[in-house]
Design a protein around this ligand. Structure first.
Ligand code: ADP
Length: 394
């Protein structure tokens, strides 16, 4: 059993940098939780406070319901895997894995049993006599994980463990860590800036920005129901398209109309700003915005190629870049006042520099308030705008 609770956790570094701002997370036993966000958002600081490597400025950290703010790292029963692996270069793989147990005065036989069992799980038995410099990046990574496994900790912490690996190995190790989680049935907290790692590995994702939690949820919850523009843009690749639009009432219907640019580009003079009729349930929450601007969000996979432009239905523009990927084609479309990336069926032959019309699936459309950047019409209560996170510096 190992639950981890962060209650109103703050971290202010010497010099006044507020790296973590009132963070609340409930981590259940056996859960795989990923903290994700751009560089500098406070995820490593949060992890290091859980590890006990960084003091907690205020708030409470509980492991299995016990307050551990002042418990030293070695007594917290957690093991951490670092980005740079932190292996001892002069020791063999075996000794690197055994070291933590030796200093904890485990019996030699028990150490041997645990090291060999972990080596077996990680398929590194034949490397036990080697020194780290004779290992590939992926093998070093496995040794670093092995060193954590032998401790049989209550909680595993991972700090960007895959970022030093090449793209192919990263995909492989990602699956291995997920399989390991399944096998060990342990509580794991994993930090990454890579939203794909978060989506593929997590039971629960915590998205952070400027030290503030933006949203916590299951991967597909965040993907399908992002609470604000930041989460919508951060989760998913290519990212969600955002376009500035104005809300208009036409008879009983509500339309969003692309805001015209201040300086018209030559290529886009030939077509009008797009307008889109919204669905009746969207009209309900957009009515108060009539005459005002909202940000229209649509994911690249939620637009379809259309043969012709159609008022109220299509986004019109011209293609600037076409990327055929085999299974799908990414088209970059310059609209009157912005850009839309579309993932379209490769059966449509599209070249760059031509007129194109895309039909957005309005059932998937998102609308954001331009000031608070919160999603409109959410079915769940949203965090207060003040909690969305403001950049502290500049
Ligand atoms: P992330 O892991 O998301 O990249 P960090 O937790 O490392 O972010 O950093 C969060 C913020 O705290 C950043 O603004 C960073 O510059 C600052 N920071 C990190 N470590 C220290 C430190 N030891 N002293 C002062 N500021 C720090």
């Amino acid at each position: 059993m190992a639950t981890v609770q962060l209650k109103n956790i703050c971290k202010v570094y010497d010099g006044g940098v507020k790296a973590v701002d009132n963070v609340n997370i409930d981590i259940e036993d056996k859960e795989f939780v990923v903290l994700v966000g751009p560089s500098g958002c406070g995820k490593s600081t949060t992890l290091r406070m859980i590890a006990g490597l960084e003091d907690i400025t205020s708030g409470e950290l509980l492991i299995d319901g016990k307050l551990v703010n002042d418990v030293p790292p070695k007594d917290r029963d957690i093991a951490m895997v670092f980005q740079n692996y932190a292996l001892y270069p002069h020791m063999t793989v075996y000794d690197n894995m055994a070291f933590g147990l030796k200093i904890r005065k485990f019996a030699k036989e028990e150490i041997d049993r645990r090291v060999r069992a972990a080596a077996d799980i990680l398929e590194i038995t034949e490397l036990l006599d080697r020194k780290p410099k004779a290992l590939s990046g992926g093998q070093r990574q496995r040794v670093a994980v092995g060193r954590a496994i032998v401790r049989q900790p209550k909680v595993f912490l991972f700090d960007e463990p895959l970022s030093n690996l090449d793209a192919k190995l990263r995909v492989q190790m990602r699956a291995e860590i997920s399989a390991l989680h399944h096998r060990l049935q342990a509580t794991m907290i994993y930090v990454t800036h890579d939203q794909v790692e978060a989506l593929t590995m997590a039971d629960k994702i915590v998205v952070m920005k400027f030290g503030v939690i933006q949203q916590i949820g299951k991967p597909l919850e965040l993907y399908n129901e992002p609470q604000n523009k930041f989460v919508a843009g951060f989760i998913g690749s290519p990212p969600m398209n955002f376009l500035e639009t104005k809300v208009e009432a036409r008879g009983n219907d509500i339309y969003i109309v692309e805001v015209a640019p201040e300086n018209e580009k030559e290529e886009t003079k030939q077509f009008k700003p797009f307008d889109l009729k919204v669905l009746p349930e969207q009209a309900k929450f957009l009515k108060p915005y009539v005459g005002k601007e909202v940000i229209f969000g649509i994911r690249p996979e939620d637009v379809e190629f259309s043969k012709e432009a159609q008022e109220g239905v299509t986004i019109n523009g011209h293609t600037t870049v076409v990327e055929p990927l085999g299974s799908e084609t990414h088209v970059y479309v310059a609209t009157k006042n912005g850009q839309v990336i579309g993932k379209i069926d490769p059966k449509h032959t599209v070249t760059s520099g031509v007129r194109i019309a895309l039909v957005p699936d309005m059932t998937k459309a998102k609308f954001f308030d331009p000031d608070t950047e919160l999603v409109l019409g959410s079915k769940v209560p949203l965090m207060a705008p003040s909690a969305v996170g403001q950049k502290k510096e500049d």
